[in-house]
Design a protein around this ligand. Structure first.
Ligand SMILES: Nc1nc2c(ncn2[C@@H]2O[C@H](COP(=O)(O)OP(=O)(O)OP(=O)(O)O)[C@@H](O)[C@H]2O)c(=O)[nH]1
Ligand SMILES: [Mg+2]
Length: 393
């Protein structure tokens, strides 16, 4: 049996999305995002199951009644995989797979899958490889207990799987070590390139922001290059850099398009992707692109800020571009194109624009030129340390 969608073509990898509401505000938006992630990874969400809980169930994450409901729906819809929005422990994942008799995966796995499909550069591939190995090393036991079950239910302790697990652990550990070494080497090469760039006295600008905000589209609009832009999450994985000539400043700056941020990026990925995000840490100015038409934009800015703090880039001056104003209702159109927006108590310069219709792009070029010509310390009037640093000298 296979499914047909509206266009009468077979549905690829039908899946059910499961979200557990632990009582925080943005629950619907998060499940929406899981659906987009699933589509980006090549799956088709055909059903959704949600429930409310105070805390996850230790064994199944959800209650067994809910699990039965999912199992029934999965049979009715003929799905091939179940996706959970929240992270599952290896034990929960195993128990759920036994209960549902289907592969069960979580958001972390999905993000790793997408990164694996997308990585193009040597460095990007190594980073994804490392993150996947690290994820796998925590799930090894699960894989083997499955196998043992297929062989006829040998107990969890001892058994033929044991030495194999040890062997696999060692192999993975060695693989992780080798990949880290190779990555280190690539990073050193990148540093050399960076030093060469510094010697040229370049002003470096990085476009950052939540995934799908329109960074690549804006990058193209500014430099007239052709970076891959698509209505998918993580369309861009490798940093692209181009020269941008600013007539008003009478000079060129280098502009980089970077990987998109996302809430709760798996920690292994933050570490592994630091080299890519390093580009952002090294910039003189961060242009944060915001999807102003997304109802969750405030939360998305907060998520970006959180990652910037984690990678030590929160002190770099920022310019906010509230993009996609063409997609905002007439009633909510901004009155002023140029203004300020507060991030973590810091007044940050903010412009409205549409990378798609080019509205506000000339103004944005002028604004960038203005910032480039300012002495660095005064950009955005950054005053990050609050009153307790007053009178310190
Ligand atoms: N309506 C409208 N759509 C836009 C605008 N800018 C970008 N988009 C669309 O938003 C989607 C995402 O754009 P991208 O430029 O790929 O976004 P990104 O931030 O680079 O995304 P990732 O690389 O996946 O992190 C695409 O479908 C674009 O066509 C805009 O100003 N208005
Ligand atoms: Mg992009």
């Amino acid at each position: 049996m296979f499914h047909l969608n509206a266009k009468n073509s077979p549905v690829v990898a039908p899946t059910i999305l499961v979200g557990v509401d632990f009582g925080h505000a943005n629950f619907d938006g998060e499940l929406e995002e899981l659906g987009l992630l699933a589509q980006t990874a090549g799956m088709t969400p055909v059903g959704r199951v949600t429930c409310k809980r105070k805390a996850p169930d230790a064994a199944l994450f959800i209650g067994s009644g809910k699990a039965d409901e999912i199992k029934l729906l999965a049979q009715q819809l003929g799905v091939t995989e179940i996706l959970f929005d929240q992270s599952l422990s290896p034990g929960q994942q195993r128990n759920l797979e036994r209960h549902l008799e289907l592969p069960v995966n979580d958001r972390t796995y999905l993000i790793l899958e997408i990164f694996a499909q997308r990585a193009r550069s040597h460095e990007g591939k190594l980073q994804v490889e490392l993150a996947r190995l690290q994820y796998l090393s925590t799930r090894l036991v699960r894989r083997w207990s499955h196998l043992e079950r297929q062989r006829g239910g040998i107990g969890t302790r001892g058994g033929p799987g044991e030495t194999q697990i040890e062997l696999d652990r060692r192999m993975i550990a060695e693989n992780i070590k080798r990949t880290k070494e190779r990555l280190q080497k690539v990073k050193r090469q990148r540093q050399t390139q960076r030093r060469q760039r510094e010697r040229r006295d370049a002003f470096n600008i990085s476009l950052i922001g939540y995934t799908n905000a329109g960074k690549s589209t804006l990058f193209n609009a500014l430099v007239k290059a052709r970076a891959y832009a698509a209505d998918q999450l993580f369309a861009t994985l490798d940093t692209t850099t181009r020269q941008l000539y600013l007539a008003d400043a009478g000079r060129s700056v280098s502009l980089s398009d970077t990987v998109g941020f996302i809430r709760d990026l798996p920690h292994g990925l933050i570490d592994a992707f630091q080299a890519t995000l390093q580009e952002a840490v090294d910039a003189d100015l961060l242009i944060q692109v915001v999807d102003a038409a997304n109802p969750d934009f405030v939360e998305q800015i907060a998520q970006v800020q959180k990652v910037l703090i984690e990678i030590g880039a929160d002190q770099i001056p920022q310019l906010l571009v509230f993009n996609k104003i063409d997609a905002i209702d007439a009633a909510q159109q901004p009155l002023l194109i140029d203004g300020c927006y507060e991030i973590d108590g810091v007044q940050t310069p903010r412009m409205f624009a549409s990378a798609k219709t080019m509205q506000g792009i000339d103004g944005l070029r002028k604004k960038i030129a203005e910032i480039v010509m300012q002495p660095p310390a005064t950009v955005g009037d950054v005053e990050r340390h609050g009153p307790d640093t007053n009178g310190a000298e």
